[in-house]
Design a protein around this ligand. Structure first.
Ligand SMILES: NC(=O)c1ccc[n+]([C@@H]2O[C@H](COP(=O)([O-])OP(=O)(O)OC[C@H]3O[C@@H](n4cnc5c(N)ncnc54)[C@H](O)[C@@H]3O)[C@@H](O)[C@H]2O)c1
Ligand SMILES: O=C(O)CC[C@@H](O)C(=O)O
Length: 524
């Protein structure tokens, strides 16, 4: 049974898939009111009100997934989620149209003074000269950030006969041409736009993008809109430009601090505001809640979700192709970690044959997670493996090469420790399964599963017999046994599997056999 905490208000219709699911219990209350039971939840669903901090995540040790019913994830401490191995997903496009329409409504309201005129009429005034507006037609609209919402705004603006200029450092010329917008530098946009609207995430680069330095470059009489995130337009910097009449009007749906209390900007007649309503339509709320509800169910069901913001995004089709390899890679990492008991500095992974054609970054993360699992106390998975490895000073790299392995597909993991280097090769054979086919240049062939021991010894008559006799004397049945050597009388290895794990005393007895160099128990 999975327990799901829905901490912000969400469309009940949208949540229906979760409410109707058999193995799921949904609790709808604020995280701050669920202190006693936080440790029991496997999933957390939020909009923008709940602040998902490191502290909150640490109190939720069963948590596997945080779902943001919306786009912006700035209320979620992504690094903390990643560190705790929690997947974060969002609903990236469910509220795009609503937010674009709201921005457009704000733009027309701003240029035609609709909110102010409405208040005036309701105060029994009939003042037709005080609210003379400005046409949109023929004006230049500067869009900062041409993502989903920016694109929808550009399309609507074009229908109104508006020229669209775009500043987006990640926008390709091809895409700009496809949407028939003109790509500009930020300075060109500031200098030429009659109206500027921002649609970027709030990042280090975009914080205060429209602020004290950029505002002097704008046209006198410019209109500004922020329906993205508070802070992209620096609120304090606007004040002198409103006071001296340089800015004709400002429309804000979002604020640096929400809700704004006694905010000086709200005292200006030509500043209009809404309380973060961009996504507040029945349609958008249904879309985002339904999307995260479905994705959370998929995830808890062990299926891949495509809206993760801290995992490589894989389609179901790609995920199905890589699945056998990521399971194999995880076991390979785990085998090495248990065989090689020393500090490790570097891990490299090489893909050959058909596996090299696939999305291998996820397979690499899976191998690292397998390697780290026996070594770290925290829960390691594909989400946080890269970060934990880096924290521990372990570098990692991957290489996809032409196939020289002799197998249809082959993964080779090489780990450099303080004293030694360990190499393991694996392959996946369709309808047969995963096999380890090489350890430190020894050819071998075993199924990586269950209770194993790995023995390094000298190739001498009687060593294998003595191992067998001691195990027999202790009533331990050998399930499978693989041996490998490079040359007669030289280094050799054995890999044995059992129906149960061997106790430490028996391992010590085995290690005392002459000609055994080392012995390692492996539990998979
Ligand atoms: N008001 C609301 O209720 C509401 C609703 C939905 C989304 N939003 C916000 O709207 C914003 C846009 O959402 P979206 O879905 O279009 O996102 P998106 O990811 O589709 O688009 C963001 C765009 O910003 C561009 N960008 C990033 N850094 C930039 C920079 N330094 N300069 C210029 N452009 C840059 C990206 O290339 C991308 O094209 C986000 O901040 C989101 O949180 C607000
Ligand atoms: O939850 C909301 O209503 C706001 C959503 C919006 O800011 C978003 O980023 O998707």
């Amino acid at each position: 049974m999975y327990r799901i905490l829905v901490s912000d208000s969400m469309s009940a219709d949208g949540l229906q898939p979760l409410l109707a699911a058999e193995n799921v219990e949904v609790v709808q209350k604020k995280a701050s009111e669920a202190a006693e039971e936080l440790h029991t939840f496997h999933a957390l669903l939020v909009r923008s009100a709940t602040k998902v901090t490191d502290e909150l995540i640490a109190k939720m040790p069963s948590l596997k997934i945080i779902a943001r019913a919306g786009v912006g994830i700035d209320n979620i401490d992504l690094d903390a989620a990643t560190k705790h191995g929690v997947v974060v997903i969002n609903a990236p496009d469910g509220n795009t149209i609503s937010t674009a329409e709201h921005t457009f409504a704000m733009m027309t309201s701003l240029l035609r003074h609709i909110p102010q005129a409405n208040v005036s009429v309701k105060s029994n005034e009939w003042n037709r000269t005080a609210f003379v507006g400005t046409e949109l037609y023929g004006k230049t609209l500067g869009i900062v950030g041409l993502g989903r919402i920016g694109t929808e705004i550009a399309k609507r603006a074009q229908a109104f006969g508006v020229n669209v200029l775009v500043f987006d450092p990640f926008l390709t010329r091809d895409r700009a041409a496809k949407i028939s917008v003109k790509n500009a530098s930020l300075d060109e946009l500031l200098e030429q736009a009659d109206i500027i609207t921002v649609h970027t995430p709030l990042t280090k680069e975009t914080k205060g993008l429209i602020g004290a330095k950029s505002l002097p470059k704008t046209k006198k009489g410019v209109y500004l809109l922020n329906c993205a995130r508070g802070g992209i337009i620096d609120e304090e910097a606007l004040i002198p430009f409103l006071e001296n009449g340089h800015i004709a009007g400002v429309a804000l749906d979002v604020f640096e601090t929400e809700p704004p209390v006694d905010h000086p900007l709200l005292a200006f007649d030509n500043v209009i505001a809404t309380p973060h309503l961009g996504a507040s339509t029945k349609e958008a709320q249904l879309n985002v809640a339904a999307q995260v509800a479905q994705d959370v169910l998929h995830f808890l069901d062990g299926k891949m979700v495509t809206t993760s913001v801290n995992l490589p995004t894989l389609t179901k089709e790609v995920f199905e192709k890589i699945q056998p390899f990521y399971k194999l890679a995880k076991k390979m990492g785990n085998v090495i970690s248990q065989c090689m008991k020393e500090p490790v500095n570097d891990i490299s992974i090489k893909y050959e044959g058909s596996v090299a054609e696939l999305e291998t970054s996820f397979i690499t993360k899976s191998m690292i997670a397998g390697f780290l699992t026996p070594r770290v106390a925290s829960n390691v998975n594909e989400v946080n493996a890269g970060m934990i490895a880096k924290e521990r000073g372990i570098s990692f790299s991957e290489k996809n090469t032409s196939n020289q392995s002799g197998y249809e597909n082959c993964i080779t993991v090489t780990i450099h420790g303080d004293q030694t280097t360990f190499e393991i090769k694996g392959t996946h054979i369709p309808h047969y399964g995963e096999r380890i086919v090489g350890i430190n240049s020894f050819n071998i062939d075993f199924y990586p599963s269950g209770h194993l021991i790995y023995i390094q010894h000298t190739d001498k008559p009687g060593v294998i017999g003595r191992v067998g006799r001691i195990l027999g004397d202790h009533e331990v049945n050998i399930a499978t046994m693989q041996v490998g050597r490079k040359n007669a009388g030289g280094e050799a290895i054995m890999m044995l599997s059992f129906d149960r794990s061997l106790d430490d005393a028996l391992l010590t007895t085995l290690s005392e056999i002459d000609d055994i160099v080392s012995i390692r128990a492996i539990e998979l």
